[in-house]
Ligand binder design. Structure first.
Ligand code: PMP
Length: 430
């Protein structure tokens, strides 16, 4: 006999006690009560294959026993002290990050979320360059703090009517809907080249940094061409502007490499991380080259940042990712999923575009004239949920199906997902 209060009571309490901006998926949402690796269970005992991983967080699976063990051991020994006292997990974790992050990235500051990591990275860029303007990308998302929201290029997530000034937005590398109506590669990366025009026309010339996600998660899995970031970096370097890469959603094996920037072979000046680093424990971090990091000498403290428990969880997460070679798994299984989706695309023209790397894949749903098929996206999400599959959605029009499962998913799971998606797609008449 369980004692769960159930979805209806949760919805009632939610509307009475939670600020309404906290929205949820589904017309008929379930109460989730338990997780086990790639599976979730609701209050009635029904099993779901999680294909969204809490938005790219539980890369190592729900309640992964090895990570849970490390967390419990640490909770039972020393939970919190704050960085004014010395503990060892935080420095061991920073050392690990120095090893696995690209290039010369070396020194880390820990906080508790992706938004905070981006705020901190922006501050560091300002301190280092002496400049305070920023460039960001349309359709990017960098957080819900004042600055994070102001750096975000999605109207849905820009609730603040008085955003921070001094931020110029560049067109993103959205090849499916190219802002210049060009085709890659004959476009010669017009969207990247535009950044130089923006620097020269929309800014004072004193820009601290440009923010970019390697793949825009909330933006609809927008995946730039392979040489995009090289061009961007060379433009920024010419103007002394830092590149801050937000790997909050793409990091830790998700795209088939430890970090998505490795696909682009470009070394960021500062990199921000969160989500999958803690596999569900609240962690955020930004890492910079020593030369940049060493400018930040005035006191900076995050009360819970890098605390013994989240650092233990993160260390166990990194160990699990490496020991089980999850990046390689994501590459192989991502191909199975992408190939399967491509076959479905041939059958169902509503799938307009499939994009992404590794197990970060989006399928943009459109009508024959390429306008966004929003209603159908919601229908698919609900029907897939009823069949026991949790798929995400994103993009400025919320018409891109998002597949970001825990990286411990199996080929059988993916085939099961694809068969069910096939059935649901066949029931759509447009
Ligand atoms: N950056 C990116 C790319 C994100 O996807 C998110 C969250 N969806 C954030 C930053 C903000 O992270 P958090 O919710 O942990 O503050």
């Amino acid at each position: 006999m369980n004692t769960y209060i159930g979805s209806e009571e949760i919805l009632r309490k939610k509307s009475q006690y939670i600020i309404p901006c906290v929205y949820h998926f589904y017309n008929h949402p379930m109460q989730l009560v338990r997780g086990e690796m790639q599976y979730l269970y609701d209050s009635t005992g029904k099993e779901y294959l999680d294909c969204f991983a809490g938005v790219s967080v539980v890369n190592c699976g729900h309640c992964n026993p090895e990570i849970t063990k490390a967390i419990c051991e640490q909770v039972n020994t020393l939970q919190h002290t704050c960085t004014i006292y010395l503990t060892e997990n935080i420095v061991n974790l920073a050392e690990q990050l120095a090893h696995i992050t690209p290039g010369r990235l070396q020194k880390t500051f820990f906080c508790s979320s992706g938004s905070e990591a981006n705020e901190g990275a922006a501050l560091l860029a300002t301190l280092y360059t002496g400049n305070s303007e920023f460039i960001s990308l349309r359709q990017g998302l960098h957080g819900r703090t004042k600055l994070g929201m102001s750096l975000t290029g999605l109207s849905m997530w820009r609730t603040d009517p008085n955003p921070v000034g001094g931020i110029s937005f560049a067109p993103n590398a959205y090849c499916y809907r190219c802002p210049y109506d060009k085709k890659y590669p004959s476009c010669d990366l017009a969207c990247a080249n535009e950044i130089e025009t923006i620097i020269k026309t929309a800014t004072s010339g004193k820009v601290a940094a440009m923010f970019a996600e390697p793949i825009q998660g909330n933006g609809g899995m927008v995946t730039p061409p392979p040489d995009y970031f090289k061009r961007v970096k060379s433009i920024l370097d010419a103007y002394g502007i830092l590149l801050i890469i937000d790997e909050v959603q793409t990091g830790f094996g998700r795209t088939g490499k430890m970090f998505a920037m490795e696909h682009y072979d470009v070394e960021p000046d500062i990199m921000t991380m969160a989500k999958a680093l803690g596999n569900g424990t609240p962690v955020g971090a930004f890492t910079a080259r020593a030369e940049i990091a060493d400018i930040y000498t005035r006191p900076g403290a995050s009360t819970l940042g890098g605390n013994p428990v989240t650092a233990a969880a993160s260390l166990a997460t990194l160990r699990y990712i490496q020991e089980n070679d999850l990046p390689a798994k994501a590459a192989v299984l991502g191909k199975v999923l992408k190939d399967g989706l491509t076959l479905l695309q041939q059958k169902y023209p509503i799938i307009g575009d499939i994009r992404g790397l590794g197990l970060m894949i989006g399928a943009e749903l459109v009508y024959a004239d390429k306008t966004p098929a929003m209603k159908e996206t919601d229908y698919i999400l609900e029907e897939m949920k009823n069949r026991g599959f949790l798929v995400g959605k994103n993009g400025p029009n919320r018409n891109t199906l998002a597949f970001q499962p825990p990286l411990v998913i199996t080929t059988a799971d993916i085939n099961n997902l694809l068969n069910n998606l096939d059935d649901v797609l066949s029931s759509i008449k447009i």
